[in-house]
Structure formats: C-alpha cells, structure tokens
Design a protein around this ligand. Structure first.
Ligand code: FCB
Length: 426
C-alpha cells in the first residue's frame, strides 16, 4: 500500500461563512482580546477548486478535510441537498487529481440546534451524529474510504466541558464524563453506519497527543504529574479503543469508569495529532495541584501558538499510540511560524523521526501536515501561520512558501519505499 502523504484542513478554519456554535462564541466576545472573528476565513468556500488543485503541486496523494455539520443539517433532521452535492463534487475532484480523500465528520464545530436540543450531555446525541454520518456517507461513499469520525475528543472536552474555553463553555467534570461516553458511542455508531454503506470503509478518531516532561526532573511530584497527565491525556483513549474500557479521572475533580464495548471492533486505525511537549509542575495545595507550560530549553523560540518544537516527543507519542495495536495515521502535525525556515526544519526533523519510527516497525500508514493554507486558528484567529501556502487576507491570494518544496520532496521519498529511510535528507 502506498504511504499516504498529505495535508489536513478543517471546514470552519478555511471556509467560515456559516452559522454555528463558533460564530456564536465569537459574537459573545469569547476569542482572545484583539482577535477578529473567523468570518469568511480564507475564502475557501469560493476558492475550493483552485485550492484543491494545489495538492498535486505539492505532491500530496491524500487530503484530510472536514464536513461542516451545520451546513449539511441546518435544522434537526433536515438535510441540505446542495451542501451534500458540493461535498460530493469535492470528492470527485480529489479523485480526478488522484488524491485520497479522508473525511472528518466532527472537527470542533456543531450546528446551533445540536446544543439547543441538549448537546453531548443528551444520550440522543449518539443518534443525531449517526444520522448525520449516514447522510454524508450516502453522498460520499464509497469514494471516501477513510473516515475520521471525531477530531480530538479529549481536547474538545477539556476545553469545552472542563475549562470553559471553547463552546459549549461548561466547567463540570460530571458533564465531561457524560459527554465523553456519548462521543465514544457516537463514534462507534457512526462507524457502524459507514461500514454498512461500504464494508471496506475504515474509521478512526484523530487523537491529540502531547509529550510530557516534569518541570523539575528530580521532583517526585512533578514526575507523578507526568504519569497522570500521560494516562489521562494520551492513554485513556488508547485504552478505550483497545479494550472498550474508559477511565476518565482528574485528581481533585472526579473519576468516571464506564464501558463502550463496541469501541474496539468499530475502530480500524489510530489517528495521532502531534504538535508539542508540555512541562508539568506541582503547585501545592489548595487549588489546582499542577500547572503546565511550554518551555524552550534549546532556545529555538516558541511557535506563534506558544508551543515548543520538540520532534523527539513525536516518536514517544507514536510508540504510545501503537499500544492500541492498530495501524497509525498521523492525522495532524505542523507549526505556526512567520519564519518559513522554521517550518522547513520542522518538516525535516519530524519526517526523520517518522522514518525512524516506521523503520523500527511501527505500522504508520500516512502523514498529514497541518496545514495546506494559513487558516483561522480557533481562539487565536489569523495570526498563527500554519500554511504551506501563505494567505494574504486582504486579497485572499495564495502564495507558495518554500517549505512546500520540502514537503513535496519528503513525500516523494516516503512514497518510494526504497528511499524512505533517507527522509531526513529532505
Ligand atoms: C489541532 C486542531 C486543528 C488546528 C491545530 C493547530 O489541535 O485539530 O484544528 O487548530 O490544532
């Protein structure tokens, strides 16, 4: 099988121009101070055909995109035929370009009605999501064979149900546990629906994984926090997918244990989104026991999102992901920087780690760089620049960055198995 070498995007971050929970969040002034709302994002809604035509120019043979639920199902149970037809045209164009489509069903944004009806707290959310998946599958299967049901459910819960930082803005452990159960059941249900439409369809969850380190290497409590952090953030989903047993526990907040027995059989690959490493430090009592931050031990500078560039951690999280016993897809990896040389180094260094991890036997089937274009970065807006193509927000012009050449060259090496181990030379 050819290695998938592609880029990842999400609908809201490049299209905007819709009404969903994020637009409401923006209207309520919940972005960081000074950040402009997403609005029409990069104009991809109009420019989608010429944007997709960029994929062969960077030698991508795969493209991960998301379908915006609020466009497809603007009112509960009412599906927009035109919006579905547009998704089908997108996938047809990818086929003509010989680019493998990887469709994400839920990438953070929800229709407003979904929250009005009860959101992920409500057990009916499982059925709502499966019904949405079914309609999308009717339009896109069997052309789409790889489906990411959920993007980063743990990040979504931490931000949306525990820290109140993203929609729906809750701060409740018990609600987060209930929502996790429904999200995982929704993944399993949607997977069953997708496979009923196309028995060869393969499904996965894209899981954000971090490398963790103690702030003070000899400090026993900092080290303890690291193992707790790894268990909760990285491994709870690995365990859930492997065994169906879900453990969700926060020191001082609560713990939940439940089963979603269908999980192992409904999941075919393990998706890893990797960006950075965090350091953890014990703060003492009372209040939150620990704090986390991004350090810059090598003095390379943090990225525009404030993250450390740490390729070594990539291999560690890939190893942790491999405990699920499934083939792995790197569903996201990238860097926000105004200095494209940083992106070129980032690509080369992470490709080297990827080649090494594959060489040592990890079953990695593909890599998706975040992202094709600069885009709307959730709470930070347009400032972080993640694109292989620069977007001029005044004119919406796209300009190829030199890192696109590095990406293309590495891709050719990864697809040509005989040359893959030399990927680091890029
Ligand atoms: C990931 C998200 C993606 C993008 C990158 C930078 O956590 O999945 O949408 O914002 O971070």
């Amino acid at each position: 099988m050819t290695f998938l070498w592609g880029v990842a995007t999400s609908a809201y971050q490049i299209e905007g121009a819709v009404q969903n929970d994020w637009t409401e969040w923006e209207r309520a002034g919940r972005l960081k101070p000074g950040v402009e709302p997403c609005s029409g994002a990069t104009g991809h809604r109009q420019l989608w055909e010429s944007d997709l035509a960029l994929l062969p120019e960077i030698d991508a043979n795969a493209y991960r995109f998301s379908v915006e639920w609020s466009r497809i199902e603007p009112r509960p149970g009412e599906f927009d035929a035109e919006a579905l037809a547009l998704e089908a045209r997108r996938v047809e164009l990818l086929e003509r370009l010989s680019v493998e489509p990887v469709a994400t069903l839920l990438h953070y944004t929800h229709p407003l009605w979904f929250w009005r009806e009860g959101g992920w707290d409500d057990p009916r959310s499982v059925m709502w999501f499966a019904r949405f998946a079914e309609r999308v599958a009717d339009a896109l299967a069997p052309r789409v064979r790889l489906w990411v049901t959920l993007n980063e459910p743990i990040v979504f819960l931490l931000g949306g149900y525990l820290a109140g930082l993203i929609p729906p803005g809750h701060r409740s452990f018990s609600r987060s546990a209930r929502a996790l159960e429904h999200l995982l059941r929704a993944h399993a249900e949607a997977s069953a629906v997708l496979k009923s439409k196309d028995p060869t369809a393969r499904t996965l969850i894209a899981h954000n994984m971090l490398d963790f380190a103690p702030d003070r290497s000899g400090h026993p409590v900092d080290r303890r926090l690291v193992s707790e952090g790894e268990a909760l953030y990285n491994l709870s989903l690995v365990e859930a997918i492997t065994t169906g047993r879900v453990r969700w526990a926060f020191p001082g907040e609560g713990r939940a244990l439940f089963r979603v027995p269908e999980l192992p059989a409904s999941t075919d690959l393990f998706g890893v989104n990797y960006y950075s490493r965090v350091h953890l430090r014990f703060r003492g009592f009372p209040g939150p026991v620990g704090e986390f931050f991004y350090r810059d031990p090598r003095g390379r500078g943090l990225t525009q999102t404030g993250w450390e560039i740490h390729p070594e951690g990539f291999e560690r999280v890939l190893r942790a992901a491999s405990q699920a016993g499934l083939p792995i897809l790197v569903t996201e990896n990238g860097v926000a920087t105004a200095d494209d040389r940083v992106r070129r180094d980032f690509l080369r260094e992470h490709a080297l780690v990827l080649a090494h991890a594959r060489g040592s036997g990890l079953p990695i089937e593909g890599y998706f760089h975040w992202s094709l274009l600069d885009n709307f970065e959730w709470l930070d807006g347009r400032r972080p620049r993640f694109g292989l193509y620069e977007v001029d927000y005044a004119t919406l012009a796209r300009r190829r960055r030199p890192s696109a050449d590095v990406f293309a060259r590495l891709g050719r090496q990864f697809r040509d198995e005989r040359r893959a181990p030399a990927a680091g030379r890029g």
